[in-house]
Design a protein around this ligand. Structure first.
Ligand SMILES: Nc1ncnc2c1ncn2[C@@H]1O[C@H](COP(=O)(O)OP(=O)(O)OP(=O)(O)O)[C@@H](O)[C@H]1O
Length: 231
């Protein structure tokens, strides 16, 4: 667990109103992710969860309010952001000519992961992709593609993980193992911001949920968030 002197705010939003030119979705919202924090974003379909992530990442303009990454305007292309934040927010664009193992090698080497050969093997085993290690993305099932995306997110070092419904298309056993791994990362002071529809994710690896509901956001402790998802 990080000591007070080691904690820092990675991501912050103040008075954030999210939406599209023709329509406001939700806000104002306040949010702060510090060292080792685990925050879920929950809400009904269409409540604005993905829009909130896109706005935090600067991919969708905010209608009003401010966002910051370590005290500065967030720039996804900055070295600091790329080094320290692993983002999984869509189904991912794969290189159709690179195999599963080659994708993981590319990410690991791109982030100068020491002993990357072993790390690639570990991810293939963890996500049960060993038998398809030499396959191209186009030959994978949708669940296998999702596993490759998550393996590529976890193989690299990161102080903050930003995940959009990572549970999608994973079978229950892998989900459980994935959440336990995320909980282990949090014990090592990694922070997590995740959109989820899965109560188990809140219970096993997050502390709090921001419930988007109509115009506003409400913070719930993780068990209450899980119960809201089960309602
Ligand atoms: N590019 C866009 N332009 C205009 N409206 C959009 C756009 N993308 C999404 N929306 C609308 O914004 C609202 C919020 O969408 P968003 O994808 O953020 O919801 P969500 O909470 O992530 O939903 P889900 O749980 O279904 O993934 C929806 O009503 C959606 O139709």
């Amino acid at each position: 667990m990080a000591t007070e002197s080691e904690t820092r705010t990675h991501l912050e939003a103040r008075g954030l109103v999210i939406g599209y030119p023709e329509r406001t979705i939700c806000g104002p919202l306040n949010l702060k992710i510090g060292t080792g924090d685990g925050l879920g974003i929950i809400g009904s379909n269409g409540s604005g969860k993905s829009t909130l992530l896109a706005t935090l990442l600067g991919r969708t303009p905010a209608q009003s309010g401010e966002t910051a990454f370590r005290g500065l305007p967030l720039d996804e292309d900055s070295l600091d952001f790329r080094r320290n934040v692993a983002v999984q927010v869509s189904d991912g664009a794969f290189f159709e000519e690179l195999s599963v193992a080659e994708h993981l090698e590319m990410v690991a080497r791109g982030h100068s992961v020491p002993g990357w050969e072993k790390k690639v093997q570990n991810e293939l085993e963890f996500f049960e992709l060993t038998t398809v290690a030499g396959h191209l993305p186009g030959d994978l099932s949708s669940g296998q593609r999702r596993k490759l995306l998550l393996a590529a997110t976890l193989i690299r070092p990161a102080e903050l993980l930003i995940l959009d419904e990572p549970e999608q298309r994973l079978d229950l056993r892998i989900r459980q193992q994935f959440y336990e791994r995320l909980a282990g990362l949090r014990r090592e002071a990694v922070s997590i911001l995740a959109v989820t529809h899965d109560p188990a994710m809140l219970r096993l690896c997050l502390d709090q949920a921001l419930l988007l509901d109509g115009d506003t956001g409400e913070y719930l402790e993780s068990e209450r968030g899980a119960q809201w998802l089960e309602r």
